[in-house]
Write a protein that binds this ligand. Structure first.
Ligand code: GLV
Length: 388
C-alpha cells in the first residue's frame, strides 16, 4: 500500500539557527571549544571508561565531594531531580520540600506522583527559610528527604546551606540540594555541608549544551537507596543500573543499561576541563564580582532588585522587579528583536513580577553586563508605558 503522509515541506528547507546572546536563566552560550567536542565522532554505547572517569573526577571537583557514586545522568536537570527523588523515596515515605520558588514546588509534585506524603515549607517571595523554620518542619514531619534549591532561578535567591545538612542528619533525613543554577558560580561544598544528594545541569555555568546532568550520592544516601523494599519506579533512572553504567559500583564489568548521549558527554567533559582550568574559587569570584557590578548598574538606572538582601542574591541569575507601568513581555521581545539578546520574564511564582537575566560561565563578564544594561536602558526608552 502507498504511503499517505507526504514528506513534510518544512524539512526540505535548511534550518537556520540565529546567533544570540543567551543572557536568560539558561541555556547559556556554548563557546566554540565546548561546541566542537559535540561534533566528535561517535563511540560505543559504553563510552571509553577514561572519558567517564574524567567526567566523574570533574564533577567531584565541582561539587567538592569524594563520593564514589558520582555520575552524569542522560537528560536535563529535571532528569537528575527525578533520579534523586525516585531512588530515595518509597511510596508512603514522608518528604519535605522547601519552597522558595518553582523548584521546591516541582520536587513536591514529583514526590507526590510516586506516592510520598509530601509537606512543604514556604519562604517569603525573594527570601529564604531560617534554620529554625527547617528544624520545626523536620521535627514535625519526620521526612526521609528534604529538598532545597540552592540557586532558585525563578526568584533569584541563593539559599544559605550551612547547618542544614547537620540538622537533617539529626532527624535521620537525607539532604537533597538542587544547584542547577548555582554550581560553579557560587560556593558549594557537598561533603563539608553534609549534602547527601546534589545535582546540576550542563547548560548553565558549565556552558555545555543541555542534556547531561551531574549528580552525586553520599554514603548515607546509597545506604537508603540500596536497601529499599521496592524497586524505584523508573528503570531508566534506577541508581543501581546507573552506578554500574558509570563504573561506580565496584563491580569488575559494566553492562548495557541505556545509550547515553555520547557526544553531549564529550562536551560535558570539556566544560568541566574549562572549570578546572579557571579554578573553582576564581569562577565563584568572577561571578560574584560581575553580579555586583551588574546590580549596581541596574540600581543606577532606578531598577529594583527582587531579592532585597545582598547576601541572598544569586550571582548567576538576577531577578529585576518588573518595571512599573511596562508590559514585561514587550521589554523582553524588544530586547530580543533589537539587541539580539535573550533575557526572560519570571517563572512559576515569579511570573509577571520580574525580569530575569543570567550571566553564567563564559557569559559572566563586565562587557556582557554592560550590554544588558544598555539594552534595558534602550527598552525602557522605547517600550510603551501602559496606564496600569
Ligand atoms: C530554568 O531553569 C529557568 O529558570 O527558567
Amino acid at each position: 500500500s502507498a504511503i499517505s503522509v507526504p514528506p513534510p515541506k518544512c524539512l526540505q528547507k535548511p534550518l537556520v539557527v540565529p546567533h544570540r546572546h543567551m543572557f536568560g536563566p539558561g541555556p547559556s552560550n556554548v563557546p566554540p571549544r565546548i561546541l566542537e567536542l559535540s561534533l566528535g565522532c561517535m563511540l560505543s554505547v559504553l563510552m571509553p571508561f577514561s572519558i567517564m572517569s574524567d567526567i566523574k573526577s570533574g564533577i567531584q571537583y565541582m561539587f567538592q565531594t569524594q563520593n564514589k557514586v558520582t555520575l552524569a545522568v542522560s537528560g536535563t536537570g529535571h532528569t537528575a531531580m527525578e533520579c534523586a527523588i525516585f531512588n530515595t523515596v518509597e511510596p508512603g515515605d514522608s518528604v519535605l520540600a522547601a519552597v522558595n520558588g518553582i523548584w521546591g514546588e516541582r520536587a513536591a509534585d514529583m514526590a507526590e506522583r510516586i506516592g510520598a506524603r509530601v509537606n512543604t515549607i514556604v519562604a517569603p517571595p525573594g527570601g529564604c527559610l531560617t534554620i529554625e523554620d527547617i528544624e520545626k518542619a523536620l521535627s514535625k514531619h519526620r521526612p526521609v528527604l528534604l529538598f532545597l534549591a540552592h540557586g532558585e532561578s525563578s526568584t533569584g535567591v541563593l539559599h544559605p546551606l550551612d547547618g542544614i545538612g547537620k540538622l537533617c542528619h539529626k532527624y535521620n533525613c537525607l539532604f537533597l540540594v538542587d544547584c542547577v543554577a548555582s554550581i560553579g558560580g557560587a560556593p558549594v561544598y557537598m561533603d563539608q555541608q553534609g549534602i547527601d544528594i546534589l545535582y546540576t545541569g550542563s547548560q548553565k555555568v558549565l556552558n555545555a549544551p543541555p542534556g547531561t546532568a551531574p549528580i552525586s550520592f553520599s554514603e548515607r544516601a546509597c545506604q537508603k537507596i540500596f536497601s529499599r523494599r521496592t524497586k524505584p519506579v523508573s528503570f531508566f533512572l534506577d541508581l543501581s543500573c546507573l552506578a554500574n553504567y558509570w563504573g561506580c559500583d565496584g563491580k569488575p564489568s559494566r553492562g548495557y543499561h541505556h545509550t547515553g548521549p555520547v557526544t553531549a558527554f564529550y562536551s560535558l567533559r570539556e566544560s568541566l576541563a574549562v572549570l578546572v582550568e579557571e579554578g573553582l574559587e576564581n569562577s565563584w569570584d568572577r561571578h560574584q564580582k560581575v553580579a555586583e557590578y551588574f546590580h549596581a548598574g541596574l540600581e543606577s538606572m532606578a531598577l529594583k532588585l527582587f531579592v532585597k538582601e545582598k547576601h541572598l542574591r544569586l550571582p548567576t541569575v538576577t531577578t529585576i522587579v518588573a518595571p512599573h507601568g511596562y508590559d514585561w513581555k514587550e521589554i523582553t521581545s524588544y530586547i530580543m528583536k533589537t539587541h539580539n539578546l535573550e533575557i526572560s520574564g519570571g517563572l512559576g511564582p515569579s511570573v509577571g513580577l520580574v525580569l530575569r537575566v543570567g550571566l553564567m560561565g563564559c557569559n559572566s563578564s563586565r562587557a556582557n553586563a554592560d550590554m544588558v544594561l544598555a539594552a534595558l536602558r534602550d527598552a525602557l526608552k522605547h517600550c510603551h508605558r501602559s496606564k496600569v
